[in-house]
Design a protein around this ligand. Structure first.
Ligand code: SF4
Length: 306
């Protein structure tokens, strides 16, 4: 059996930055330390920090006044920042700089009084954070191309669009094409706001799909970018499964297969993938591991000031 490891997978620069931010905050300030939402959407990462005394909250009001709180990589709406200030919290912002850039575009459109179409998954923390930067009267969140027809905006208006950073590249392209067809004066980023990490990981699945007869995606069920990787594999006709850890891998799935592709979402620690490979190696021997040069290895984002 051969294992093909996706060329780009695992931690992106935004996730690495967020995790390092928490590690440094723990090292320099200790606990109590609160994090607003999961720092990144990965069970192993969250459980590890929890075991070091970090408290995760989904409501800023649950953080005791004057405490230290880190905002997750997904970003927060201004209302949360304001509430934190009112409670005199010491805040550390681990929002990915690429998400912050989308916030800035949202504010720019909103301040001009333009309707803003936000393409993304309603309820996802990143979308909630970005949406909060837009005047509610101007905000339209859409998720799929069928939603374009339902937009209650006159076709002649100049409207702005922004996107979640972890969407399907191909699906988003289709949605934007429909938006352009319906709103000739549409304005927005040159292509979309999908980040380099999402793009690279989806491209790497296309490579795996040409070589493999099964694809395993390491990632948590609530990880947007991990779910898009599994969907991409399926769209390309390759049976694909998402697993949170090696325990979730059903080895029966691998019986009779020759070439297994393995990738992992942008929030997944490397040890999860290594555990999965070890579990496969115990049953299937000999196992050949094919690796490829990672074009992202020199991308780093500076840490926020603690
Ligand atoms: S997936 Fe993209 S936007 Fe999200 S944290 Fe990583 S680099 Fe930033």
């Amino acid at each position: 059996m051969k294992i093909f490891l996706a060329r780009t997978q695992g931690f992106c620069a935004g996730v690495a930055r967020a995790i390092e931010t928490v590690e440094q905050a723990l090292a320099t300030c200790g606990t109590p330390l609160y994090i607003f939402h999961e720092i990144v959407h990965n069970t192993a990462v969250v459980e590890s920090f929890r075991s070091h005394g970090v408290t995760f909250v989904d409501d800023i009001n649950l953080v005791p006044d004057g405490s230290r709180v880190i905002f997750s990589a997904h970003g927060v709406p201004p209302a949360v920042v304001a509430r934190a200030a009112a409670k005199q919290l010491v805040t550390i912002d681990a929002t990915c700089p690429l998400v912050t850039r989308v916030h800035q575009e949202a504010v720019k459109f909103s301040n001009k009084g333009m309707d803003v179409v936000l393409i993304g998954h309603k309820g996802h923390e990143e979308v909630t954070g970005t949406a909060g930067h837009v005047d509610p009267a101007l905000l339209h969140i859409i998720q799929k191309k069928e939603d374009v027809e339902k937009l209650d905006i006159p076709a002649h208006k100049t409207i702005g669009f922004i996107t979640q950073t972890t969407l399907s590249v191909d699906d988003t392209r289709e949605i934007i094409l429909k938006l352009r067809a319906r709103f000739p004066r549409l304005t927005g980023p040159a292509k979309d706001n999908i980040c380099y990490a999402t793009q690279n990981r989806q491209d790497a699945i296309k490579e795996l799909a040409e070589q493999c007869d099964l694809i395993l995606i390491c990632g948590s069920a609530n990880s947007s970018n991990s779910n898009r990787l599994r969907e991409k594999g399926e769209q390309l006709g390759i049976e694909s499964h998402i697993i949170d850890n090696a325990r979730e891998l059903d080895l029966q799935l691998l019986e009779g297969r020759k070439n297994i592709g393995i990738s992992s979402g942008a929030s997944v620690p490397r040890h999860i993938v290594e555990d999965v490979i070890e579990k496969i190696r115990e049953r299937f021997y000999p196992l050949e591991i094919m690796t490829f040069d990672n074009p992202e290895k020199d991308i780093h984002f500076p840490l926020p000031i603690l």
